[in-house]
Design a binder for this molecule. Structure first.
Ligand SMILES: [Zn+2]
Length: 64
């Protein structure tokens, strides 16, 4: 008797909440991106936090 392997059942469920990218269809993964930016007035640096949606289109830019 040959055993049947069900690969389809291995496919993990993806979270359905969150927006999907209209280009690639991936659900955006939200990553907190922290950039060091300089303030022109004070000549000091401060951290700017941004919540960035990452999908296949821009994951290379975000993760490098
Ligand atoms: Zn995309």
């Amino acid at each position: 008797m040959a055993k049947r392997q069900d690969f389809a059942s291995k496919t993990a469920k993806k979270e359905k909440h969150g927006k999907a990218c209209p280009v690639c269809g991936e659900i955006f993964t939200h990553v907190l991106s922290v950039n060091l930016e300089s303030s022109k007035k004070e000549g000091a640096y401060h951290f700017v936090e941004r919540n960035v949606g990452v999908c296949k289109c821009n994951e290379k830019e975000i993760y490098g």
